[in-house]
Design a protein around this ligand. Sequence first.
Ligand SMILES: [Zn+2]
Ligand SMILES: [Zn+2]
Ligand SMILES: [Zn+2]
Length: 931
Amino acid sequence: MSYKKTLNLPKTDFPMKGNLPEKEKELLAIWEKMNIYAAMRKGKGEKKFVLHDGPPYANGNVHIGTVLNKYLKDVVVKYWSMSGYDTPYVPGWDCHGMPIEHNVARAMREKKQDVDVLELRKACRTYAEKYVTIQREEFKRMGYVGDWEHPYLTMDYQYEARILETFKSLVEMGYIYRGLRPIHWCPVCKTALANVEVEYALHESPSIYVKFPLRNALGGVDVPTSILIWTTTPWTLPANVAIALKSDYDYVAFAADGEAYIVAEALLSSVASALGIKEPQVLKRIKGAELDSLKCKPPMSERDSVVVMADFVSLEQGTGCVHMAPGHGYDDYQMGVRHGLDIVSPVDEEGKFTDEVPEYAGKIVFDANPLIVENLTKKGIILASSRITHSYPECWRCQSPLIFRAQEQWFFDVGKKDLRKRCLDSTRAIAWVPNWSRDRMVDALEARPDWCLSRQRAWGVPIPAVYCADCGEALLDTGIIDRVISLVKENGCDVWFTASLKEIVPDGTVCTKCGGSQFVKEKDILDVWFDSSISSLRVVKDDGEPWPVDLFLEAVDQHRGWFQLSLIVAMATEESSPYKTCLTHGLVLDPQRRKMSKKLGNAVAPEEVWSKYGADILRLWFSSVDYTSDMGFGDEMLSPVVDVYRKIRNSFRFMLGNIYDYDDKKHRVSYGELGELDRYLMHKLQLLILKAREAYESFKFFRVYHMIHNFCVSALSQFYFDIMKDVLYTFAPDSKERRGAQTVLHDVLTVLVRLTAPILSFTCEEAWLSFPLGRPEKSVFLSEMPRPEPSLQDEGLASRWDRLVEVRDEVLVALERAREKKMIGNALESRLVLYSEDDNVKNLLKKHADLLDQLFIVSGVELSNSKGDLGEGSYAGEKVDLLVSVQKARGEKCQRCWMYSTSVGLAEEFPHICEKCVRAIRETQTNTNGR
Ligand SMILES: [Zn+2]
Ligand SMILES: [Zn+2]
Ligand SMILES: [Zn+2]
């Protein structure tokens, strides 16, 4: 007789191999059909959790970093939705701006098309639409849930109108001004750059010491005297208007070649060695303050350069005397404003000197540098020159070195009405994850200059200003802005370029300066960051959803970008932060921690991962890392995650396979009637729920990952599953022991699948849909996140069993040793004799004597009262006072359950199996006959 047929072997449709790339597509179709996002929101009550999506840029395929960002958002949305909250989640895209315009204009130029502004804008719109569609499909492929059919696009007409409405409020409140100020400028892209668009790289520059002769002699020094400065930007010398010293520093005038030079005393020796002077002779000592307001002759202009006092002067390098060009530096500019200095900036938009510097007019400043050095050296004005390599700002777009250039621009005054202070106060009050990111935001806010809002580009929202045709005065008039807003609502922003001035400027509008009534339209557009800074207002507040929103969640570079700019705009217009909690994550780098880029060829396309391994593997990897710092990612990092995936999948499969004949309504064994081991697992399950929920709610998803993995391995596959296989397979199907184990498996499975669903969405849905008798909810995402059930916890039982598990671990080591010595093969070939001198251990073993062979998976356990019974070679426990002797099991091997028993052969009908198996078969036959 074959006994295999009498066993209850597992049955399930849930395959061992995931074949995720194919299976995921089926699941996506199911979600699409049931409109999972709408279904998740349906019937949810008043409680809302709003995560507002920061818009990625609609250019190119999605980057792995953006996929990570949206993944974290997806986990949050799914967790809170399953926890009973309504979770509106509207994804968005940033559609205007430089990178799109750049690509589109290049393509048009290549086709030799004339780039007319309206044609260009039209092509940019089409381009952005194309990438919105591509990226949307990519995000959906990852299983991300959201209102993908109704995303917000910053180029939607209504959105564009809202940008202008916010701008108008800021104008009314006095935050917007037009001013001459130095800004980072890319001579190649010919545009101003926002702070966030500036990158730093190593760059070689001249390093020169330049003399500024004093207009009047210095008392006590008989020879001609000059102040000596050090700079790395010779091209800024024509714009020099001042020299900054620190009032409490000690300065000296020292002699060289019949002249005297003033430098900070602390830097004298380093300056002297740069100048090749061995022992400089000090002629006079003087405090910085005593030099205040002296006038010098600058090297490249006829004006005066005046000595001013400044705190930022340091003794780190140079001469302690700092060349100031307010038109070419931000510190210099602020200094200039304070001291009423001229803001000189003789450089045009291509980075070329203007006619104001006749000698070098038309030359690009970087090309002029060596000529300036050569000429001034010849004239004896530069005393020493060399070259240095230092960190220098460059354009994020084209990698060209940037210049600071003063230009008339539109600014957002961040100091107005205490705005910066209010933003700082709110930053200190709201929650930051991780906590240190608050400091980063504080630093970024403190350092932020006024926000330069104008860009000299075409693809964006126009600044609705006009200029007087007669005198050039700029006019920002709310009457004009109102007209523009209503035109934009109907026609989009193109209308600014097509509408006549008559349509835009109300009758009777006159220039505030000269009274003229003819105007021309502003050509500049708004910084694209202004577009995205209003998104939570447009998408959440205007739609009547709870605002400030619960969460902003973006990469760490957004402290200077979207986090900050959204805060500034909301604080100015709504007197509130737009978010309650702000979460930041690190960047995804390559395995060597380098930035992924096309240039380096080290970028991993997310598409490669999901078509090779499946999106769930990428999801699992994302959850396995501590996202708070930067993460190294490469194909080779996926294999440990693939192993973990297999363990989780196999755990699901084992449970699904063993409840094939279990109907929870009919077969459930009540908690009180469950065995101790079953109740112990129920207890552990409650702890898992509690801790996993805590981890989800504090956004520590990697903890959830480790807990689930650990539970699957140590609580389930190496413990409960291993021990209960015998009960599940060999006991009569309807026996209380087997139904009890199935009750536990059923509960563990329904908990685990739901608990893991936000992380491993595809596989958990697949498992959910594979439940033998189905589930009341059509999707795991329509079910509820489990909550810990206090009545299923039993601390007393758990602490006893924790101790038993320690004993078991010792026994498993003893069995392993015996196996190594070839005393046994399978553990079932053995019988154990145990001895302990610890009364607690003794009592524990005695109390559970009936369970021990099941717990250790051996064919017999004997508790001995005398050490002598154990004989030579017994194993002594390391953590538990226990001696274990492994001996050959008694009796014969049962052909059905593989346990050794002296009862094998006693039943005539079944000569090869043990009495336990005989009973199981008879019980099954009785039950079957009875039906
Ligand atoms: Zn550039
Ligand atoms: Zn005028
Ligand atoms: Zn048996």
